[in-house]
Design a protein around this ligand. Sequence first.
Ligand SMILES: [Zn+2]
Length: 151
Amino acid sequence: MFEKGISEEEVRTAIASGMTAAEYPDDHLYPSRLVLATGSRSFLVVIAEDTTTETCLIVTVYTLDLDLENKETIMNCVICKTGEMAPGYVTVTLARSGTVVIVKEVPGDVCQDCGEYYLDEPVAEKIYAQAEEAVKRNAEVEILRYVAYQS
Ligand SMILES: [Zn+2]
């Protein structure tokens, strides 16, 4: 655990004051539990307690810093770098072969700062399919509502 930069003291404090996230009373060796430390740093400790000898074994320590960092990069807008992304609905405009297709109420992640949006692959594919239909009908301008499931 020490190469992860968490001191024995921090682990002890976590066990004493941390929140028990999960308990495994039937764990093969000793009853064990997962403790979430919520001090200056967040990490998880799996401990096994031998109640007969009052021995506490530290099974493993997980740091959460890395995961949180990854989430940050995913949640920030790549255009303005500072905006936070939140689920919302957007209007997508597509133009092709003289046809303009406007698709309303498309679910996506929307930047709260600059309004840039990101669509999931299945959603984007569905929009392209809907737009393709409009092109086939030789429509000049078509305003559609996003259809999540095709009948
Ligand atoms: Zn943005």
